[in-house]
Design a protein around this ligand. Structure first.
Ligand SMILES: C[S@@+](CC[C@H](N)C(=O)[O-])C[C@H]1O[C@@H](n2cnc3c(N)ncnc32)[C@H](O)[C@@H]1O
Length: 322
């Protein structure tokens, strides 16, 4: 393969999880990123970390001319997942959901008409995206435009990271893939590897909440090797939004009554700990002036596992000579 310069359009860039994944992969080709997003809070976090302005542009209506002018050869994207989720809020409207319009526009109205098509494409989404009508259409467009496609559903826990976050990943490129995807195990599998020192009292769970909803929490100790998926509602909703931490037990042993949780020093994981569990670097921070913890949790809940994606990007770019 000839290309030695990677120029990425990072659609739906959020806080930059896909860029972080690329930068922390073993791919040794420096890349330029052009991020697009309409979420002002995520954009502030992105800009603080990457010293770059995010293009605040609704992707429903971006033009071929605008994309051509960026002179990019790579597309990264994690489009909104609400059209494919089954939660009450999302209603699973798939192709009829207005939030699917932007991604469809990029593949229906832009990609086939580009003079210089992206040579490499990376897509991240929820597992139900794979079965969606939206992805069926994207898949057909990619095939029609001579792309080779590989996909996988996996979770960081599959590679030894103590977190569940099952996602669907699609890698498409204009050269054939020579091998199948093979993920390797990461080393730091215990929660203790991701903890902050001196966690502020504000992260500790109030007794009244423990008594009211304690039995709904998913609780882990420092030597446990799992946490539940951290969603954007972490700390807002108790059930199913992410685990909490018990500092006084190595492996948390379930109790029979909420009262028995009162003396366990239970606390939320901090945004910084979730960032580390997602595989962002130690320099990366979600702490930006004026951005609250709740907003940081929302952005992190929308973001990605850089551990998984770094490995998949190495696979996607295996045709480029460094
Ligand atoms: C799943 S999140 C992407 C998260 C990102 N990969 C990260 O690591 O933080 C989807 C993002 O798409 C953005 N978005 C949704 N619809 C959009 C549109 N029409 N145009 C531009 N951005 C949009 C949202 O603001 C959100 O940040």
């Amino acid at each position: 393969m000839q290309q030695k310069q990677v120029r990425v359009i990072e659609f739906f860039s959020g806080i930059g999880g896909l860029r972080s994944s690329y930068e922390h992969s073993s791919i040794n080709i420096s890349a330029t990123f052009i991020p697009f997003d309409i979420n002002e809070i995520a954009n502030k976090i992105y800009s603080k970390n990457f010293k770059e302005e995010v293009q605040v542009k609704n992707l429903d209506s971006i033009s071929i001319k605008q994309i051509e002018s960026l002179n990019c050869n790579t597309w990264f994207m994690s489009p909104p997942c609400q059209p494919y989720n089954t939660s009450i809020m999302s209603k699973h409207k798939d192709i009829n959901d207005p939030r699917a319009k932007s991604v469809l526009h990029l593949y229906r109205d832009i990609l086939p008409f580009l003079i210089n098509k992206p040579t490499h494409i990376f897509i991240e989404n929820v597992p139900l995206f794979k079965e969606s009508l939206v992805f069926k259409e994207i898949y057909n467009i990619l095939i029609k435009n001579q792309y080779y496609i590989k996909d996988i559903i996996c979770s960081p826990i599959d590679i030894g990271i103590p977190n569940s976050r099952t996602r669907y990943y699609v890698m498409a490129r204009l050269t054939p893939f020579k091998n199948e995807i093979q993920l390797h195990q990461e080393e730091e599998s215990m929660i203790s590897n991701y903890l902050d020192d001196n966690v502020n009292e504000s992260y500790y769970i109030p007794s009244d909440l423990i008594l009211k909803k304690g039995m709904l929490f998913d609780i882990v100790g420092k030597d446990d090797k799992r946490t539940c998926c951290f969603t954007k509602s972490y700390t807002k909703i108790v059930e199913g939004t992410g685990s909490i931490y018990c500092p006084i037990e190595s492996h948390f042993i379930p109790v029979k009554k909420a009262e028995n949780l009162l003396n366990k020093n239970l606390r939320y994981f901090t945004p910084n700990e979730i960032k580390k569990i997602h595989g962002f670097s130690s320099e990366f921070t979600t702490q930006v002036d004026g951005i609250t913890d709740k907003q940081q949790y929302q952005c992190l809940g929308n973001s990605v596992s850089c551990f998984v994606i770094a490995q998949l990007m190495e696979y996607l770019f295996s045709d480029i000579k460094e």
